[in-house]
Write a protein that binds this ligand. Structure first.
Ligand code: EPZ
Length: 416
């Protein structure tokens, strides 16, 4: 995957079907090893992070087969509980295997997840929580060794509603002795989806989607078939692309009930939305209105994973906008790249101030992480001339076919 070149100035028109959710698929694939049998997951996106996670499952001794967009996992025997750094180091989300390996096997070893460009991303909450459930965790030469004779239930209060930590606790608790209660749990839809998957396999969980989740350990899970929900961030990314380029698009199989905060922001910028069951029709204004202040928040607030895409849109807005990024400490990596396109942005700490200009101009820019890379493509469709996004491989970690999808909406995109 080399560069992506986007020709700007063409309003988008057409219909797209939204892919399966990356951030639901990853914990669900980790959850599959809690059952020594079969899990079939339909509507699984073919993206790099899923492919990497499949490699980790294969490395453990699972058998995994793709059938179109369905993944069939057989986790009868787990021969290896040491995750090699090759795959795990590329993906922070591999830390999610701590909970499921401890839950199934009582031990795990995996590389200390590296930081990444959007922030330090410590895992102290994960480790403290699993220790409260009886795990002993040591770090040696950047490898985490975890071991628990018997994982047991515990009361765990999170200082921050961490998505990954909530997922790790759930995975460790499903087969544990006794009751686990998570206070100040994350409420993201991806948590609800993970619990739906586990409950269909026989897990005893209640309260998902609220700040207090209770898990009663069970002895065994069962075979299941599951249809994964769509990706609310991918859906939002395409709506932002249309806000940037103008036009009118329709998204089908969209997780409409998870997108209220996004719709509010889009309408504030002048979008006209028609929302039906799982369908969104959006007509973009010729030029977006500026936003006095938008703060990213844990769900159900405006998602941090759409902040870069919104930033790219506001570069063209009529007036001055302000963004406050409350989740990650370093999520303005694309600002220098947008400035190369003529954007007027100042940042200080968690805040960004944007003075909208009529039109950005295309040039060569460089992606440095997933959502920032998608945001550069969004800036490109709304800019004059050609924008070449280098290091575009980051984008394919989360988007199944962003080039094909945007072409289906009329964008002129070349890859090389
Ligand atoms: C998940 O990351 C998502 N990733 C992220 O999406 C998303 O941005 C994030 O949740 C917030 O919604 C996946 O689901 C694979 P957190 P996660 O734990 O679990 C701090 C994308 O683009 N924290 O809720 O890592 C952390 O540093 C990705 O799809 C600790 O301090 O997010 C951050 O500031 C990017 N200690 C905040 O909490 C910990 O032990 C939120 O992190 C854990 C987290």
């Amino acid at each position: 995957m080399g560069d992506i070149t986007v020709r700007g100035g063409i309003p988008l028109h057409g219909k797209l079907y939204v892919q399966g959710s990356k951030n639901a698929a990853l914990p669900i694939l980790a959850a599959a090893i809690l059952h020594d049998g079969i899990s079939v997951i339909h509507n699984c996106p073919h993206i790099l992070d899923v492919e990497n996670t499949v490699q980790i499952l294969l490395e453990m001794g699972c058998s995994v087969e793709w059938h179109g967009s369905s993944l069939k996992i057989f986790a009868g025997t787990i021969q290896n509980t040491e995750i090699s750094s090759e795959y795990a180091a590329q993906m922070r989300s591999s830390v999610i295997f701590l909970g499921s390996l401890l839950g199934r096997m009582g031990n795990a070893a995996l590389p200390l997840p590296g930081g990444c460009t959007i922030g330090k991303r410590p895992i102290d909450l994960h480790l403290d929580s699993l220790k409260r459930m009886g795990a002993r965790i040591e770090e040696e030469k950047e490898i985490l060794f975890a071991e628990a004779q018997n994982i047991h239930g515990a009361d765990i209060r999170l200082r921050f509603p961490s998505v990954g930590t909530t997922e790790n606790i759930i995975l460790a608790a499903v087969l544990a002795e006794g009751t686990t209660r998570i206070f100040n749990a994350a409420k993201e839809p991806e948590i609800i989806e993970l619990c739906r998957f586990l409950k269909e396999k026989g897990a005893d969980i209640r309260g998902e989607g609220t700040a207090c989740i209770v898990i009663e350990g069970v002895k065994k899970l069962k075979d299941s078939e599951f249809v994964l929900m769509s990706d609310r961030i991918v859906a939002g990314t395409y709506l932002m692309a249309c806000m940037s380029a103008g036009g009118m698009i329709s998204l089908e199989r969209a997780p409409v009930c998870q997108m209220a905060a996004q719709f509010k922001i889009l309408e504030s910028m002048g979008a006209q939305l028609q929302i039906e069951k799982d369908k969104i029709v959006m007509s973009a204004p010729e030029r977006p209105r500026a936003l006095r202040a938008v703060a990213t928040q844990p769900y159900p607030g405006f998602p941090t994973d759409l902040q870069s895409q919104l930033l790219a849109v506001l570069c063209r807005a009529r007036g001055k906008s302000r963004i406050i990024e409350n989740i990650f400490e370093d999520r303005y990596q694309i600002v220098p790249q947008l400035k190369k396109m003529g954007a007027q942005i100042d940042t200080a700490g968690q805040e960004a101030w944007i003075t909208g200009t009529q039109c950005l101009h295309g040039t060569e820019v460089r992606a440095c992480e997933l959502r920032g890379g998608a945001a550069l493509m969004i800036a490109g469709v709304g800019a004059a001339g050609k924008t070449t996004v280098k290091d575009s491989h980051f984008i394919f970690r989360g988007y199944e076919d962003i080039c094909g999808d945007l072409r289906n909406l009329g964008a002129v995109i070349e890859t090389n």
